[in-house]
Design a protein around this ligand. Sequence first.
Ligand code: FMN
Length: 360
Amino acid sequence: MYQLVKSVLFRYDPEVIHEKVMSSLSWCGRHPGALRLISTACQFNDPRLTVKRFGLTFPNPVGLAAGFDKNAVAIPSWAALGFGAVEIGSVTALAQPGNPKPRLFRLPADQAIINRMGFNNDGAEVIARRLAKLNTDYGSLAVPLGVNLGKSKVTPLEQAAEDYLRSVQVLQPFADYFVINISSPNTPGLRKLQDKDKLADLLAVISSYESAASAKPILLKIAPELSFAQIDEILELVFNYNLAGIIATNTTTSRNNLSSSLDEAGGLSGKPLASRSLAVLKHLRAQLQDRLPIISVGGIFSAQDVYERLVAGASLVQVYTSFIYEGPLLLRRLNQGLLQLIERDGFSNVEAAIGSRAPD
Ligand SMILES: Cc1cc2nc3c(=O)[nH]c(=O)nc-3n(C[C@H](O)[C@H](O)[C@H](O)COP(=O)(O)O)c2cc1C
């Protein structure tokens, strides 16, 4: 059914469709009857899917990756669709329009997307007001809410720490966890913040604020292009500054594994990213064992993909591109299929499967 809908949707500009989908999901989020219908059709719930990490309970291990709901307009709908967590953003301290359009491209032959959105978002203060209203309307949400933060484009790299801190302060009451995103390829210079000295300065500022405030978990999102040596340097800092976990990976600037000839600048996501994302996960797990949770993201399309990441050591996973290609029943399929795989292999629950095939 969705394949039919998709063949129509894919005839139109991707960003126009994205905006229409977002306004529909936003509308549904304000109408309890619509949310109930979506939940009935799309959710698959089972207590064996529950994962507990950094003080939060995730009803299932598959979350929505950052970038879909940058402005936090449709949070109740994501929960109704069956996601086990919702990550909004990237939010920047200052509102910004992002890069000129067109900036979003489908590559159907590769089940992939290229984007150079450039952190288009309403800015931390407007988004904080939206989240405050959501809290009043809904009380606490059924799933953890991650707030992914980027650097405002106009802020020079040397002032990045203050820029991120401003967003943390404004959004502190609403986030269940924060993600420091230093890995988007579409903000000039941003990935330089992955350099050891710059990252140390940034994490020092944010972690000292968090340990004084109500201490929300802070995770770091990294790029797939980092060498394993660079990743190891970053892990040292992650421990020094008591971060709660690591998200791997963001989109890639590499064009490996592509059959499409589309040559647009930006970050590539979807199936062609899967092998690198998995390799980064395996390296992270080998270095970390189970000392720090890893959230694996990049090219996850099937229940088998989710299972593969979990047994390789990811505590949680996220998806973005597969939701575009597979549609609203994706989460039902992933969670139902995951449970079958877990039963097949004799695990009592998802927690028991996590890391079970990672080398010691
Ligand atoms: C259109 C688009 C916009 C994105 N925007 C962000 C963003 O603002 N912040 C971020 O951390 N990641 C962003 N991402 C990256 C995703 O969160 C995810 O890391 C990446 O797409 C790989 O997962 P996937 O293969 O399941 O899509 C974006 C991805 C896409 C496709």
